[in-house]
Write a protein that binds this ligand. Structure first.
Ligand SMILES: [Zn+2]
Length: 315
């Protein structure tokens, strides 16, 4: 029997990834490259970089049944004009339409964090569970919401934006314009910025003060880096508590670079969560590390094509 293979594309501010995913959610081959992030106004060259990466795949295009895309937001959905905050050369760039012209196949697109949540629900830490919040804690804080076994889109395709749930009344200011967002506290750049203000890695160049460095230092027992993990964990616990009570969640799966801190992040998260869930149904929630690593965006993007009954409500 012929395999149903999907071309999956994952576009973030720092990297481009493309791959071929089969019906079981296996990534048969993939290519990754840094996002060249061309200057504003040069969106076309970024598309050409992406297509060059696709051309490098060995799978015959005739074997593909569709193209699934995860891309940084915001975007107009489902029409797929993208304006990723971290990719200034794409503003209202018609990514879905351009790829539909290029491949003459069904093309579906969603926010990259939503694709990560879909991957965890389809084949990862939330498999077999009907009510799941999938989260990414990395350069930003993103998420996707599956309720009753179906991806929830919301009015504009933006449901699940847990990073901009409010976890503090009057600080810090978030890049979205609001105040007290989870992302403004717990994203890698914001957390390492806070740690630096507390005296962490004074004298180090800026590129050696990333979220990744903070995780490494916390593992080594650096006291400020450990406090930073507690700060992020507490904020995440507040956000997860609210989401759990609002949506009656069973599982919250958390991935992304900062989650690599393991118990240094998950323990304060759990403590903060347990202080803030009172109702019996909410106390049953389980917070678990994501099962997928960097392939999750590709797997979830493929699921938009392979399982529309669960993950695609639009045209
Ligand atoms: Zn925000």
């Amino acid at each position: 029997m012929q395999q149903h293979l999907v071309l999956a594309i994952d576009i973030g501010g720092t990297k481009l990834a493309v791959g071929v995913v089969d019906e079981e959610g296996r990534v048969l081959e993939s290519r990754r490259a840094p996002n060249p992030n061309p200057p504003t106004g040069d969106g076309e060259s970024l598309l050409q970089s992406l297509l060059a990466l696709v051309a490098d795949l060995r799978t015959d295009r005739a074997e593909l049944v569709g193209v699934g895309i995860g891309c940084g937001g915001p975007m107009r959905w489902p029409s797929g004009e993208v304006s990723p905050l971290n990719i200034p050369s794409w503003r209202d760039f018609p990514l879905r339409a351009r790829l539909a012209d290029e491949f003459e196949l069904p093309v579906r697109i969603h926010n990259d964090a939503i694709c990560v949540a879909v991957a965890e629900h389809w084949r990862g830490a939330g498999a077999g569970v009907d009510n799941v919040l999938g989260m990414v804690v990395s350069t930003g804080v993103g998420g996707g919401l599956i309720l009753g076994g179906r991806l929830i889109d919301g009015a504009s395709g933006n449901a699940g934006h847990i990073g901009h749930a409010i976890v503090h009344e009057n600080e810090p200011v978030c890049r979205c314009g609001a105040v007290g967002c989870l992302e403004a506290i717990a994203s890698g750049p914001n957390l390492s910025g806070w740690a630096h203000e507390q005296g962490w890695r004074e004298g180090f160049p800026r590129d050696q003060r990333t979220g990744h460095d903070l995780v490494e230092d916390a593992r080594r027992g650096d006291p400020i880096a450990l406090r930073a993990m507690q700060r992020a964990g507490r904020a995440l616990g507040i956000g997860v508590a609210s989401a759990t009570t609002l949506c009656d969640l069973e599982v919250v799966a958390i991935g992304g670079g900062l989650s690599q801190a393991g118990p240094l992040l998950f323990n304060p998260l759990e403590a903060s969560l347990r202080e803030r869930v009172g109702l019996e149904f909410a106390r049953a929630v389980r917070v678990v590390p994501a099962a997928f690593g960097q392939e999750s965006g590709l797997v979830g993007a493929a699921a938009l094509i392979l399982h529309p009954e669960r993950y695609w409500s639009a045209d």
